[in-house]
Ligand binder design. Structure first.
Ligand code: SAM
Length: 284
């Protein structure tokens, strides 16, 4: 099968099937072999690996993955792409295509069925409109994971990687950094896709920690505190937490926890590190 990373091959295939791009599904197909090689290198796929690919499109990256991995499971929502995938992946017997919505699938069950519950690697050029629910769903679903190597909007990749004191720092940064070590491995311009997205893209690898990097007694509570502190970005941390009725924390308790941590009463949530949020959560 012709390499679909070469633009002419992708264009010919799309014409053959008279394919119409669905904007609502965030369809921007990769047409750059250098970028595809770079993703493979970052994901470090070998024949022992079972790879979950989210949104295979016409199978461009799936072909690269199938060459390297033991097994590939590719989940695609658009049923118009299934006959195309059947053609482009026909020479591989290690690929399973599932026509479903990634956000509705039981991924833990899928990993059990396809990989005997052993950790899988996720590799994808993600549909950008659901980047955060996909990443958070993967971490929170209990699916055993080694790493996630994904193409995302450049700004979102930066948000996942930054620390306190930067404008992009927020709940997503803290959640990602609780579960994994993030590293941006490539910046990718719009001309590497068809059609071209309006935003710049980046490939980021998230390597799952075997143990969280901080000690926290109740992670759900810590994330509720994090969300409340970033919900009202311009407010002080104290007001953010006291105003979040569902947390049910009094001003006195927050003030005394901040004092114990040596933090000012006017500190904002965006100044706290993950360690400090963990400590605050334990104190509260
Ligand atoms: N992997 C292909 C490539 O790199 O050329 C396509 C990437 S494109 C950015 C995103 C793909 O995800 C599209 O094929 C789209 O149809 C699919 N998709 C969108 N929403 C999805 C969902 N909820 N579940 C599964 N696939 C989805």
């Amino acid at each position: 099968m012709a390499d679909l990373g070469i633009p002419q091959n992708t264009i010919a295939l799309l014409q053959k099937y008279n394919f119409n791009f669905q904007k609502k599904y965030g369809q921007n197909f990769l047409i750059d072999t250098t970028v595809l090689e770079r993703i493979m290198e970052a994901a470090q796929i070998n024949s022992e690996d079972c790879v979950l690919e989210i949104g295979p499109g016409i199978g461009t990256m799936t072909q690269y993955l199938a060459e390297k991995a033991g097994k590939v499971v590719a989940v695609e929502i658009d049923k118009a792409l299934i006959p195309i995938l059947e053609e482009t992946l026909s020479q591989y017997d290690n690929v399973t295509i599932i026509n479903d919505d990634i956000l509705k699938l039981d991924l833990e069950k899928l990993a059990e069925e396809k990989n005997g519950g052993r950790p899988v690697k996720v590799v994808a050029n993600l549909p950008y409109y659901i980047t955060t629910p996909i990443i958070m769903g993967l971490f929170e679903s209990g699916v055993p994971l080694k790493s996630i190597t994904v193409m995302v909007q450049r700004e979102v990749a930066e948000r996942m990687q930054v620390g306190p004191g930067t404008k992009d720092y927020g709940a997503l940064s803290l959640a990602v950094q609780f579960y994994a070590e993030p590293q941006i491995v490539a910046n990718v311009p719009p001309n590497c896709f068809i059609p071209r997205p309006k935003v710049g893209s980046a490939v980021i690898r998230l390597t799952r920690y075997s143990e969280p990097p901080v000690e926290v007694e109740d992670a759900d509570k810590m994330f509720a505190i994090i969300r409340a502190s970033f919900n009202q970005r311009r407010k002080t941390l104290v007001n953010g937490l006291v105003n979040a009725a569902h947390l049910n924390i009094s001003r006195e308790r927050v003030l005394s926890a901040l004092e114990e941590m040596g933090l000012s009463t006017s500190v904002r949530g965006e100044a706290l590190t993950l360690e400090q949020f963990a400590r605050l959560s334990n104190l509260l």
